[in-house]
Design a protein around this ligand. Sequence first.
Ligand SMILES: NC(=O)c1ccc[n+]([C@@H]2O[C@H](COP(=O)([O-])OP(=O)(O)OC[C@H]3O[C@@H](n4cnc5c(N)ncnc54)[C@H](O)[C@@H]3O)[C@@H](O)[C@H]2O)c1
Length: 251
Amino acid sequence: MTMTFDFKHKVVLITGAGGGLGYACAQAFAKAGAKIAITDISQEALDSAVADLQDTGAEVLGLLNDASDSADVNAMLDAIVARFGCLDIAVNNAGTATPLQEFHQVGEAEFDRVMGVNLKGVWLCMQAEIRQMLKQGSGRIVNMASATSRNTFPNASPYVTSKFAVAGLTRTVAVEYAERDIRINAICPGNVATPLVVSLVEDLSVLATKHAIKRLGTPEEVANGVMFLASDLSSFSTGSLLEVDGGWNAI
Ligand SMILES: NC(=O)c1ccc[n+]([C@@H]2O[C@H](COP(=O)([O-])OP(=O)(O)OC[C@H]3O[C@@H](n4cnc5c(N)ncnc54)[C@H](O)[C@@H]3O)[C@@H](O)[C@H]2O)c1
C-alpha cells in the first residue's frame, strides 16, 4: 500500500539513492511528480537508478558524489541550483556500516569511515542545504536516522553511535531554524532487507524478531514516512524522530 502525495514542481534531493532506501524514496517522490536530484558514490548504482527513474518519466539529475566530502557536497548543491533553481526538500540518506564486531575489535579507521558518512555527511549536507534554504525562505529536511538512534544493537557500535548522533543533530538544528520555515525531522526505520543489510547479516529472520510486528519492513514503508515528513501533512512537526520500525522501540 502507498499513500498518495503531491510533490509536483518540488525539487527533491536524495543522497545515496543508487539503491536501498534512498532509491525507494526517489521512486516515491518521482511518482508524486517531484523533480529529483540523486547522488551516490557508486557510478554503476547511480547510472542504473537514473535510467530507471527516467523510464518512469521523471526529471532526474544524477550526481556522482561523496556525502562525507565537503567539496563534493558544496558542488552537489551548486549543481542542483544550476539545474533546477532551488532545493525544496532534502533527504540525507547516504549511510554505511561496519561488519558486526565486538566493540574492542573495531578499528579506528572503520569508526572514522562510518562516522564520516553517517554523521559528518549529514552535518555537511545540512549546512549546504540550509544555506540554500535560507536564501529561499523555506525548506524541508529529512535525515535518515534509525531505530538504533534510540535503541541498542550489540556489535554495531560505530553505526549505533553515528545514528544516536544524527538524532541529536536533527533535533538541535531543527530548533535553530524552526522560526524560519525550515523544518528538519528524522526517520527511524527498523530493519529492511536492503543491499547494506543483506551484506552484513546472514540470517535476516533474526532481524525480524527485533520488531514487535515480527517481520522486516519494506523500502516503500520507509519512503511513505519520509514523504509524510517532507509534506505539509507534517506542518507542525520539526525536530521529531518518526519511528517506522515495526514497534522495535516500543518493546
Ligand atoms: N536498511 C535498513 O534496515 C536501515 C534501517 C535504518 C536505517 N537505515 C539507513 O538508511 C540509509 C540507507 O541505507 P540502506 O540500507 O538503503 O543502504 P544501501 O547500502 O542499500 O544503500 C545506500 C546507498 O548509499 C550509497 N552511499 C554510501 N556511502 C555514500 C557516500 N559517502 N556518499 C553518497 N552515497 C553513499 C551506497 O553506494 C548505496 O547505494 C542509511 O543511512 C542507513 O543507515 C537503513
